[in-house]
Each structure stands twice: as C-alpha cells, then as structure tokens.
Design a protein around this ligand. Structure first.
Ligand SMILES: Nc1ncnc2c1ncn2[C@@H]1O[C@H](COP(=O)(O)OP(=O)(O)OP(=O)(O)O)[C@@H](O)[C@H]1O
Length: 601
C-alpha cells in the first residue's frame, strides 16, 4: 500500500499532539493550583495556631505577673503576721509565767487549808466525839417524838372532824346565809308598773356586818323604822364567789360523814340566785383564773367533793349525778332521753316509799368521776330549763333546778357508821310510835324490827335511800355490806316575784303563780318545823315533797338568801329576809329539842 501522507493529515496530527500537550499542561496547572491552595490553607492554619500560641503566651505571662504580685502581697502580709505572732508569743509567755506562779501559790494555800481542816476534824473527833453521839441520840429522840406527834395529829384530826360535826349539829340543821348583790345596770331601768319614784334604784339594803343585814326604813318609802336581820353569815356586794363558797364548804365534810346536805338559793327574780349557785361568765376578762373566780357554789362544791373523795382509799366512793327541774308543780328529769336519744325533759313522779323514803320514779343517774364531768352533764341540759324574760330580769329562770349528787361509799368511816346506826334507831322509834311499818315488810321479814342489820339498810330519811332503794332489804345486809349512800342537793330556786312587778300575763302568769305557790309551800314547811308541829306539810307542793329528805330530820340545809339592795325591790327583799328569819327559828329550836331528849333519857 503506497505511503502517502498529506499535509492536512500531518497538520491534524500536530494539532492533536499540541492539544494533548496543552491538556496535560492544563492538568498540571490545575494540580499545581490545587497544591497551592492546600499550601495556602496550611499556611493560614499555621498562622492561626501561631496567633493562638502567642495569645496564650501573653495570657500566661499576665497570669505569671499576677501570681508574682500576689506572692509579693502574701509575703509582706506574712512578714507582718509573723511579727505580730512574735509579740503575742511574748505576751503569752509573760501570762503563763504569772499563771504558773499563781497556781503554785494556790496549791500551796489549798495544802495549808487541807492541813488545817484535818487538824480541826481530828481535834473535833477527839474533843466532841461524845457530844456528836449525844446529838445523834437527841436527833433520833426528836424523830421518834415527831412520829408520835404525827400520830397525835392524825388522832386530833379525827377528833376535829367529830367536833366539826358536833358543832355543825349544835349550830342546827338549817342554816341561813344572806348575800346582798351589788347595784347593777338593770336596777336603773325604771319599771313602768312598779310605780316607784325616780329613787327606785337607791340602795336601801346593807350588809352592815358579817351576820347582820340592815334595811334603811327612811329610804324604803314605807312607814317603818330601820330593820335588822341576823343570819349565820351575811355577804355584802363586794364579797367574791370564793368568799361565799368558803362558808358553805364545811357542809361537804358532813356529807361524807353520812349526812344528807341541801344548799338552796332563795330570792326574788334577778337577785343573784343563778349567779350564786352556777356562777356567771366574766364580761370582759376571759382568763382562766377569772372564769374560775366567777364559778358558783355548784361547780365549787363538786370540785371540793371530789377533792375530799381523793383523800379516801381509792375506789371507795362513787358519785352519780341527776338533774331535775320543778316546773308548774311537775317534776321533770332533765337527763332523760327521748326515743331518738336526744336530751328531753320527761315528767316523773315523786313517791314516798313504805319506809318513808322519798323516791323519784325512773330518774336518770349518770356516774361521774370528776367535777368537770359533773359540770358537763349539767351544762348539757341547762338549755332545757324553762326561762322567760320578765320586766325585772330578761333571762329569768321559771323553774326550780335541783342537781343531786348521790355518793355511795363502800367503806364508810366510823362516824358515818355511827350516824347510820343512830338514824336507824330513830326510824325504829318512829315506826314503833306511828305503827307505819310496812305490813309487806313485816310479812317478808318478821324479825325486821329487831334486826339491826335490817335497820341500817332501811334507814328512811338519812342517810339517803339509794336510787335503787329496796323497802324490804335482805337481813343479810349488814352495816358494812349495804351500800352507804348520802346525797348532796343543790337547788337554784325560781325567783319569787310580784305579779305587777313582773309584767307577765297568760301562760307566764300561770308559771309565776306556780312558782309563788311552791315557794310559799316551802315557807310553810320551814314554819311547821319551826313551831315543831306534828304535821309538816311536805306534800303541799312537788318541790317540798321532793326535798323532804333534805329539809328537817338529820339533813343539813343551807338557805342562801339572795337579796337585791335597791328600793325598787324592797317588798320582795323584806319577804325573803322574813323567810330566812322564820327558817332560822327552826335551827334555834333544834339543839333544845336534842337536850330535852337527852334529859328524858
Ligand atoms: N353578786 C353579784 N355580783 C355581780 N353580778 C351579779 C351578782 N348577783 C347577780 N348578778 C348579776 O345579776 C343578773 C341576774 O342574776 P341571776 O341570773 O343570778 O338572778 P336570779 O336570781 O337567778 O334570777 P331568776 O330567778 O329570774 O332566774 C346576772 O346578770 C348576774 O350576773
């Protein structure tokens, strides 16, 4: 094949070669540029690193400089401190030197002192040994005689108790105290129906001594001279609740000695009966001591009773409380509960058992262990008590409230047992005289009249019959076995009041008439006892029938007359003071009666 290469082909080949060269050159250029860029990047990196290192170096230099400064400051402070420590060290060494010398001196002195003490004690032992022995013997003798004195004191206390009861008996079984209350704001409110002049709030009744009340005749507006009334104790307007209770307190000792005790507040409406018996809430100061001070006879007597019981052997006495009201001549048991279990006063009957004891049928008794429990029981039912505002007193009680604490003793003291024997004997005499011994009892126990066991258990009037009293007890009951019961009756009577003064009408008028009738029945009973009439009309009202055990006989009755001091209530005050005087005649007669009995014996 002919080898013919034309120019175009050569040219094309050269172009191709050149293009190839160019391409490889361009690729090389690209490579070099890439390398250059990488080198630039590395350079920038190295420069950055160099800058950072430089900055760190500067920072480190600064830090180093700071440290050096701080070191310089610390060094100068340390130098200063060192010099101060040196100075303190110097001082301490001086003080220590003083202390060492003082301690040495002290040790020396205490050694000397000990030596002296030893000297003194050895000389005491040698010289006073006998005297000390004598003294020890003397002390032992004194201790013995102290024991003897204590024994005598115990016997004396027992004798004092007996004397106390003798004294109480000699004073009479009915005592009358009187409390004249202060003039109160409501005394200045003029009653439109009283007809009294502007001076009606003027004071006319004064407690002039511990036992005398004076009614200023001139000021009363009545044609009368000054009148004096004497009672066992008279309290003036300034006398506190405590002072009033102090005079009542001895009766509680008699209670545990086997006597029934009754304390009743008598007086016109608004004269302070509830204040005296229950107490009042303090108006401003509600501190505990103020509240205590305002408590009346009922809470204070409950507290004193439990105090006295706490001195007896544990569990020897139990106490039950019952609360009744006599309203419109009916007796209501305020502790009774209705079918729903709510407190609702229920009517009860008062009966005289065949042995002459007074019983209230189905009466509720609540066992109590402290004075506060007694007050809780009473407070829970006080709202049931009938009240009605009158012109004289906006919160007037319209019923007689009777709180009874029945005390059962498993181990009565000797005095109480003697009392029981005495009272049983009296019952036997009475039953022999009056032939009122229950035929039912005689049938059941023909030897009843002669059995002293039977007599103790069937004592009618005092000590009080038990709530579950049996008129025909088992002959096995003995003086020690039969439960020994006494009762404390605390009575807040409803206030006596003139119809005109009270300003009431309708049902309230009927209430007032019932109150006045029952109070007049009480006055009749006291009068009959004073005159020693053979018949005492206890049954003329439910009130006197209910209280029969506590009025007359051996029971101790204290009538607290509450009297308003103002002219406005002078008629009622004179009436109350008159009743008190009449009641006192009972006790005046009592000792004479006992002396006569003794003479006859
Ligand atoms: N001695 C007293 N000291 C201070 N306030 C008394 C005194 N006596 C009674 N009061 C006050 O007189 C007001 C009437 O007294 P209280 O309620 O005791 O009369 P009351 O005789 O029971 O009357 P009522 O028979 O109408 O129920 C009460 O506000 C009471 O606080």
């Amino acid at each position: 094949m002919p080898l013919f290469i034309n120019r175009d082909q050569i040219f094309a080949h050269q172009v191709h070669l050149l293009e190839h060269k160019l391409r490889s050159k361009e690729e090389r250029i690209l490579e070099l540029e890439t390398e250059n860029a990488i080198l630039h990047l590395r350079l920038a990196e190295c420069l950055g690193k160099l800058r950072r290192e430089r900055e760190e170096e500067i920072k480190a230099l600064n830090h180093h400089q700071h440290q050096r400064d701080a070191q310089n400051i610390t060094r100068s402070a340390l130098t200063k401190l060192l010099s101060e420590v040196q100075a303190v060290k110097q001082d301490l060494s001086e003080v220590f030197a003083v202390y060492v010398s003082f301690a040495t001196e002290l040790e020396e002195q205490s050694k000397q002192l000990m030596g002296k003490v030893e000297q003194v004690s050895s000389s005491l032992n040698s010289h006073c040994g006998n005297e000390i022995q004598n003294l020890q013997a003397h002390v032992a003798g004194l201790e013995r005689s102290l024991e003897e004195e204590k024994e005598k004191c115990r016997a004396e206390r027992q004798r004092r108790k007996e004397l106390h009861n003798t004294l109480v008996e000699l004073r009479g079984n009915i005592r009358v105290h009187c409390r004249v209350r202060p003039v109160l704001p409501f005394d200045h409110i003029r009653s439109s129906t009283s007809g009294s002049g502007p001076a009606s709030s003027e004071e006319v009744v004064y407690a002039i001594s511990d036992d005398t009340v004076m009614v200023n005749g001139l000021k009363t507006g009545m044609p009368m001279q000054d009148k004096m009334f004497e009672f066992e104790r008279v309290h003036g307007p300034a006398d506190s609740q405590d002072a009033v209770f102090e005079e009542v307190k001895p009766l509680l000792t008699s209670l545990l000695d086997g006597y029934n005790v009754c304390i009743m507040a008598y007086g016109q409406t608004g004269s302070g009966k509830t204040h005296t018996m229950m107490g009042s809430q303090p108006l401003h100061d509600h501190s505990r001591t103020q509240q205590e001070a305002q408590k009346g006879i009922i809470p204070k007597a409950a507290a004193e009773l439990f105090r006295l019981i706490s001195e007896k052997p544990a569990e020897s006495h139990t106490v039950e409380v019952s609360v009744m009201e006599v309203y419109n001549n009916e007796v209501f048991d305020l502790l009774a509960r209705d079918e729903q279990g709510n407190a609702a006063g229920q009517r009860r009957d008062v009966i005289t058992t065949s042995s002459g004891a007074i019983q209230v049928t189905s009466l509720t008794y609540v066992p109590v262990c402290s004075a506060s429990e007694v007050m809780q029981v009473i407070s829970s039912v006080l709202k049931l008590r009938a009240r009605c505002p009158t012109l004289v007193h906006t919160d007037s009680s319209r019923s007689h409230l009777i709180v009874t604490l029945t005390i059962s003793s498993k181990s009565p003291n000797a005095l109480a047992l003697a009392r029981r024997l005495q009272s049983a004997k009296k019952d036997m005499q009475r039953s022999n005289q009056k032939e009122w011994w229950s035929p039912r009892c005689r049938r059941a126990n023909p030897a009843a009249r002669h059995s002293s066991d039977e007599l103790f258990a069937s004592s009618a009037s005092s000590p009080c019959p038990s709530p579950s009293y049996s008129p025909c007890p088992s002959p096995r009951n003995s003086i020690t076995q039969a439960p020994f019961k006494t009762k404390l009756q605390l009575v807040d009577l409803a206030g006596s009041e003139c119809v005109g003064m009270s300003g009431v009408s309708g049902a309230a008028l009927w209430e007032l008439s019932c109150i006045n009738r029952s109070l007049s029945a009480l006055s009749d009973v006291l009068g009959a006892l004073a005159e020693q009439r053979p018949h005492v009309p206890y049954r003329n009202s439910k009130l006197t029938h209910l209280l029969q055990d506590s009025i007359g006989g051996d029971a101790k009755l204290l009538v607290m007359l509450c009297v308003s001091p103002t002219q406005r209530f002078i008629t009622e005050s004179l009436q109350s003071l008159g009743l008190g005087t009449r009641a006192r005649q009972v006790q005046k007669e009592q000792p004479r009666k006992k002396n006569n009995t003794l003479k006859v014996k």
